[in-house]
Design a protein around this ligand. Sequence first.
Ligand SMILES: Cc1cc2nc3c(=O)[nH]c(=O)nc-3n(C[C@H](O)[C@H](O)[C@H](O)COP(=O)(O)OP(=O)(O)OC[C@H]3O[C@@H](n4cnc5c(N)ncnc54)[C@H](O)[C@@H]3O)c2cc1C
Length: 336
Amino acid sequence: MEFKDYKDVYIFIEQRDGVLADISLELLGKGREIADKTHSKLIAFLLGSKIKGLTNVLVAGGADEVLFVDDACLEHYITEQYVQAAYHIISSKKPNIILIGATSIGRDLAPRLAARLHTGLTADCTKLEVEEDGSLFSTRPAFGGNLMATIISPDNRPQMSTVRPGVFKKLEQDSKRQGKIEEVKVQFDRNKFKVELVEVKKAEVSKKKIEDAKILVSGGRGVGKDNFPTLSVLAETIGPNTTVSGSRAVVDAKIIDQSRQVGQTGKTVHPDVYFALGISGAIQHVAGMEESEFIIAINKDKFAPIFSVADLGIVGDVNKIVPLLIDAIKDAKAKK
Ligand SMILES: Cc1cc2nc3c(=O)[nH]c(=O)nc-3n(C[C@H](O)[C@H](O)[C@H](O)COP(=O)(O)OP(=O)(O)OC[C@H]3O[C@@H](n4cnc5c(N)ncnc54)[C@H](O)[C@@H]3O)c2cc1C
């Protein structure tokens, strides 16, 4: 395979109902860095229906070029339609690198696309590095999170990776950035559309997303089911940008919803402050929260691994300390 024919960094831009997924802007941020280092262009490809209005945001978010396919059959994500449109772009443009969010859509689209392109795919990456010659080093947790594997694609192009949401940072939107915007027309093979979307039912998402919170009050098995509501009181007492999350142990115990799980099989978060309350600090949990700005851990076991990543550690019974903390915050606010 002639690698020299393959160039530039392509980001699949995910949108739902015309709203861009955060991961796409995060990937543009990382993609910008990779494109600059490899002296190549950063190209966003966007699929959907009536989505042209989103293209300026992508240029302001770091893209040099935006390719978009606007077709009614792309209004909602359906595998075959999206794979056909993405394949049309990729097979004609020959990117060196393609990055896709490891969301439910990305995890469905990427392997189909990789198979059609006869190339490899590193799924669920948490780190990406690139050499000046354009070789991509994609790192992801392996063997249950006990080691990090760095994967290369020496024999095939494009190099494809899906990346976990929340790992990379978006760039500041810069409306002065200039970029080329191009509509791509795709001749769909509609005979291959075997799935018909009959109805879309949206799950109610009432609470704030944990990825967006500035402060996370995260509870583990040590808090116990009966005491867990106290964590919501702590979060409310701290303020509006605060929400409750937890370890997988409390998700498995059905104390909180899976959407609030932090860690390797949950969300990657980097809030300003992360409270790890009654959480042991298993490697799979730490993988999702170690980039937090300031970590406060409360655990009754002074040897708990969470203390090795904490900026402030308190050894003691979390269920005695949290009510004291709530009172102290209320007092401090009352004195203001
Ligand atoms: C493939 C794989 C993926 C995984 N993905 C994730 C993931 O995404 N996220 C995740 O969290 N886990 C994940 N896990 C599970 C992980 O290995 C741990 O089992 C889990 O994180 C433990 O949760 P915990 O810390 O709440 O519970 P435990 O490990 O049971 O820890 C409870 C802690 O609470 C402390 N404690 C108990 N009582 C009190 C008290 N009264 N006051 C203060 N401290 C107290 C204890 O000392 C202990 O340290 C994964 C595991 C595997 C194999």
